[in-house]
Design a protein around this ligand. Structure first.
Ligand code: CA
Length: 743
């Protein structure tokens, strides 16, 4: 173990932080975060230097002050209100008494971890016009620390190196290869030695996945790795693409980009000198269209092991060959040692969207085991010898719609899982939901910068984006599709998984009051486990819950008054252990604002909240008085032919749904277009074609939509407004809601 005091400490120019540290002599002087410190972080339990705390990204802290016995005394310590009403997905870092976090669009901030005082804040100042290209919400999943720098990727593709002591910009680079395509950055940068590595999002649009390594000191590009080739014959940017090309049809839809975006999980093992990178799903979704003659389509939905010195691939493991189902393998990976059949193995663990929990030897990429951690029907099992999933007939939806488990949200998404070396268990926020997939008959038409996924799906829930949708009416009866398949009731669970035995040890249902609809699977946020024998989770209901890591029993629950998706973290300063979490929901797959959500009651302003033993109740924001505007009759009459409305629906899906996602039941705080007032209806064409609301973040679509298309879109939205009105009128005041009570 390397002693932190042997590390070179670098004194810095006077900054707020230094002044503060000088007043608190017990606090360590701010030093450079380097590889030694990261390696030593197990011996430095008060800090949290990576997204997952240690280099293994375990989301586990050895701190014990807050434990099974004391946790009932955990309460409010402080809070800090943050900009924007939107989803916060990052796990803050803690070094030298300072918390570092990020939020929507790539804002970043530094906060005194003992008092909650803001030290500095950074805003990348995104051009509102850029918001049009957002695939999955304007979220950000975190920052990285190295040396005196804090790194954050902004939504619009710029990677920033900030002085971590005052937030000033030291350098920035444009990480995008083509600004006309649907790229965004939503993921956190990762550090490997003297490099900072960043990928991007946008596979559903027209992104060709890649990730890039920059010199952390200067921002100079060292190497770039594309996850998929862009042609059949070459030349290619690097030799791994020549190896991948035979896994694609020469007539693949190269111009679309094909996906494989790197939007979330990475990990670096400094001992093996390997950087692990998870790659995303395919675009378009159906392989039949994307690569008509088939093939595995490397390196989609894969885990790549990269030598960071050279940028060359050392091994790869593809979780979902020839992906048709949005089964990303971008989910966060955990590196640890496990005792398997009498041998200590250095493993990489991942629970990707496809429903199988993978344990790989992280030196070689050998599959050690893979078993389903949720309902799976697209594959019967993963073959231990070939390492490949064995697909079932249920997986193929091109000729007949199929109910496929897991659905495109995955059995696990970006919400961090956590591994406790004390219990030997991995804690996973699991989503139990299938989706009915179908391939439309309309021919595929590539739209640059637009949605290019082609396949369509609905969830097994009542309502406009489920079994009452227009699409559902074109499908075989639900009973027929669901016959013989897993339980179609949408639910969420916190599952404790034994990664050696590959079996469930305990679970707690986290559906809240939403059993059967999509909020059930988004209610359970990311996880933290601790040396105090606890697992922490924030929920959409506004409850921060502490469970017994061994049994799953709920030991304590705190009403935070804010909806949560992000993972909690913990740290210690001057002998006091804190738990902190970023609050705020939203994003491409955030919860809807419905009764029962804290965001519905108290609003969704971002907030960083910290807790300590002996703390009190969390101060709540005022309850929002919500007029039932959705029950008002739409201010304009229905119009348009069924064909125009159908065409408008398509324009909505391709251009609007990424932000105005309310119509599919996934609100994000951005206006619900079904509830437009008369003035907005009157200004509709000008808003889209003249850009009259650009200053408010609503882009100008004149380069993407013709006036007649805007008219069809408007007809569709008016039709949707009337459908909502008729539905709500029929329901009168709607269902009763209960406070969250899970067990
Ligand atoms: Ca996707």
């Amino acid at each position: 173990m390397i002693n932190i005091t042997r590390l070179v400490l670098q004194l810095l120019m006077a900054s707020t932080l230094v002044l503060h540290a000088a007043q608190s002599p017990a606090r360590p002087e701010p030093g450079r975060i380097d590889q030694q410190q990261v390696l030593a972080s197990q011996g430095e339990p008060g800090n949290w230097l990576h997204g997952g705390r240690d280099y293994g990204q375990s989301h586990y802290s050895p701190l014990t002050q807050i434990n099974r016995t004391t946790v009932t005394g955990l309460g409010y310590a402080w809070h800090l209100d943050l900009p924007m009403e939107h989803g916060y997905e990052a796990t803050p870092l803690m070094a030298d008494g300072v918390l570092y976090g990020s939020g929507p669009q790539g804002i970043a901030f530094a906060v005194d971890a003992a008092s909650g005082g803001l030290l500095w804040q950074f805003d990348p100042d995104i051009d509102p016009q850029f918001m049009r290209k957002v695939c999955c919400g304007v979220v950000n999943r975190g920052v990285a620390l190295s040396g005196d720098k804090l790194f954050v990727g902004a939504l619009d593709g710029y990677l920033y190196a900030l002085d971590r002591h005052d937030g000033s910009v030291l350098w920035r680079v444009d990480t995008f290869t083509d600004r006309g395509r649907g790229y965004t950055i939503t993921g956190a940068p990762y550090i490997a030695k003297d490099l900072v590595i960043i990928g991007n999002a946008g596979a559903e649009f027209d992104a060709r996945g890649y990730f890039t390594a920059y010199d952390a000191e200067t921002g100079e590009q060292r190497w770039r790795f594309f996850t998929v080739p862009d042609n059949a014959e070459g030349p290619w940017e690097h030799p791994e693409l020549a190896a991948a090309a035979p896994s694609w049809d020469p007539d693949s839809l190269w111009q679309v980009g094909l996906g494989g975006t790197v939007w979330d999980g990475m990990a670096f093992d400094p001992n093996l000198n390997l950087l692990y990178v998870g790659t995303g799903n395919a675009a378009p979704y159906p392989r039949k269209l994307r690569s008509p003659k088939g093939g595995d389509n490397l390196y989609l939905a894969s885990i790549l092991a990269i030598n960071p010195d050279s940028g060359r691939l050392v091994w790869h493991y593809q979780t979902t060959p020839g992906d048709n189902w949005d089964y990303t393998a971008t989910q966060k990976m955990i590196l640890t040692e496990l005792e398997i059949e009498g041998r200590t193995r250095r493993v990489l663990m991942q629970a990707p969207k496809n429903g199988f929990f993978y344990v790989l030897d992280r030196e070689t990429g050998e599959l050690l085991s893979a078993e389903p951690y949720a309902s799976v029907n697209w594959a019967s099992h993963v073959d231990q010898v070939t390492g490949r999933p064995v697909e079932t007939s249920q997986a193929e939806y091109f000729d007949h719609p199929k109910l496929i488990f897991p659905g495109p949200q995955g059995a696990h998404n970006w919400q961090p899982m956590s591994y406790s070396p004390d219990t030997g268990l991995v804690y996973i926020p699991v989503k139990e939901a299938g989706a009915i997939w179908t391939l439309p008959e309309e021919p595929f038409a590539y739209q640059k910068g637009g949605l290019n996924s082609q396949s369509q799906y609905i969830f097994t829930t009542p309502g406009e984006w489920g079994l009452d949708s227009a699409l559902a009416k074109t499908l075989p009866p639900f009973e027929e599709l669901a016959a013989g398949q897993p339980d179609t009731t949408i639910r969420g669970f916190l599952r404790a998984w034994d990664p050696v035995a590959q079996r469930l040890v305990w679970q707690q249902e986290t559906s809240g009051p939403w059993v059967g609809n999509m909020n059930a699977f988004w209610n359970g946020g990311g996880l933290l486990s601790t040396g105090g024998g606890l697992v922490f989770q924030g929920r959409g209901t506004g409850d921060l819950v502490a469970l017994d890591a061994a049994s799953g029993a709920t030991l304590h629950s705190i009403a935070v008054g804010a909806s949560m998706m992000a993972a909690p973290m913990t740290y210690s300063i001057e002998g006091v252990q804190y738990v902190a979490i970023l609050t705020g929901i939203g994003g491409g797959n955030g919860n809807d604002y419905v009764p029962g959500m804290a965001a519905y009651t108290y609003g969704n302003q971002g907030r960083l909240v910290a807790f300590r033993l002996g703390g009190g109740e969390v101060p709540r924001r005022p309850v929002i008085a919500r007029a039932e505007t959705s029950l008002a009759q739409p201010p304009v009459p229905r119009r348009g032919t069924p064909e125009q409305i159908a065409a408008g629906a398509n324009h909505y899906l391709r251009n609007c749904a990424k932000c105005h996602s309310n119509i599919d039941g996934r609100g994000s705080g951005i206006p619900d277009l079904r509830l437009m007032d008369a003035a907005t209806h009157a200004a509709f064409a000008d808003i889209l074609l003249q850009g009259t609301l650009v200053a408010k973040g609503m882009g100008n679509f004149s380069d993407l939509l013709q006036p007649s298309e805007v008219d069809d879109l408007h007809s569709y939205l008016i039709d949707e407004a009337w459908r909502l009105y008729e539905q709500r009128s029929a329901e009168q005041t709607g269902a009763e809601w209960h406070s969250a009570d899970t067990d």
